[in-house]
Design a protein around this ligand. Sequence first.
Ligand SMILES: Cc1cc2nc3c(=O)[nH]c(=O)nc-3n(C[C@H](O)[C@H](O)[C@H](O)COP(=O)(O)OP(=O)(O)OC[C@H]3O[C@@H](n4cnc5c(N)ncnc54)[C@H](O)[C@@H]3O)c2cc1C
Length: 388
Amino acid sequence: MASIELSLTEEQRALRAGVLEICKRYPGEYWRDLDTRREYPEKFVSELTEAGYLAALIPQEYGGAGLGIREGGLILETINYSGGNAGACHAQMYIMGTVLRHGSEAQKREYLPKIATGGLRLQAFGVTEPNSGSDTTKLQTTAVRTGDRYVVNGQKIFISRVLQSDLMLLLARTTSVDRVKRKTDGLSVFLIDIRDLKGFEVRPLRMMMNHSTNALFFDNVEIPAESLIGEEGKGFHYILDGMNAERILVASDSLGDARWFIDKAVAYSNQRVVFGHPIGANQGVQFPIARAHVSTDAAQLMRDKAAALFDAGQPCGGEANMAKYLGAEAAWEAGNACIDCHGGYGYAEEYDVERKFRECRLYKTAPVNNNLVLAYVGEHVLGMPRSY
Ligand SMILES: Cc1cc2nc3c(=O)[nH]c(=O)nc-3n(C[C@H](O)[C@H](O)[C@H](O)COP(=O)(O)OP(=O)(O)OC[C@H]3O[C@@H](n4cnc5c(N)ncnc54)[C@H](O)[C@@H]3O)c2cc1C
């Protein structure tokens, strides 16, 4: 039976301390400077990789630490809690799961040890398209088998960390939708080497936050047939399999953000004196911070429940989705309380509040919108009609 541990084990505390030690070397100035220039935290991600933290979920037989999703989440949460942005590297943890669960033994032996050491970086996941949005089964990028290759044509939008990755996981249609029984069939997943790929164009997009996000164009791009993961046509189901891990990890990003905002808000409102007393004594300042703390603790309990179920191999779709929802909302609530209590200083870049405020907002929208999380809960947890 899965059970939630209410406190961290000694190993988990050591794990968190190790990540914090690295994060201390990358203070607010580091992230702020990269944010202004919209540059990737190369040095931070390399150090984290070299220390083995990004290989936390890779089994030991493939060179990783073989830890659980709770530990993976703890690593991401700690990065965001320390003021950094785990969004630069979180995807490797959940993308790798698709290769692990559905890749052939040869693919796992070829790629996982190199991903574990940082010899290869897999931080890019190409799903979203301009004409399909959240309706993934309508994606229009095609991969057509010709001999020992697939030829890829199409377009993707908002695909992050492509220029910083060696490998990308790509979802494309291999059988047209009018030739499959269910619209979820006929999509396939490929693990492709994107270095020097002919016909592949990457156009960086300047987004609200520093997230290395791009539009991608495939013009008769040839990829080896061996880059197919698992069976042709089953890709959508493979991606769905990884959703719970992704939701739990993203909830963890958000929890770290929420706790950073709350600590910052408490410290500032305890020391800022206006009208002769600390602003934190005013209920108008104190209650939003206290409410954000309540929301964050509740979100953490749900994340811990989802992680405990996941690590015990039990179904956790409802819990993982609810954790992602509650985490993203708690971080947003905490971000608002933090920016409000800082008054004008909340908008000044040197306080980092406005940067974290922009960063945390993403998780209400991506990797899946909170509306679609509610649609999942309505349909799969409550048994209500499907809305899409
Ligand atoms: C910074 C950033 C990085 C990203 N990185 C990646 C990446 O690396 N890889 C990748 O594949 N994608 C990535 N995305 C894309 C992201 O996953 C999508 O933006 C998201 O899934 C929503 O898709 P969309 O933008 O097309 O919105 P749409 O699907 O067009 O939705 C627009 C709005 O309508 C709502 N809506 C739509 N249908 C329904 C419905 N049935 N019920 C209720 N509401 C509905 C949505 O909730 C949303 O509010 C990234 C996005 C951003 C902003």
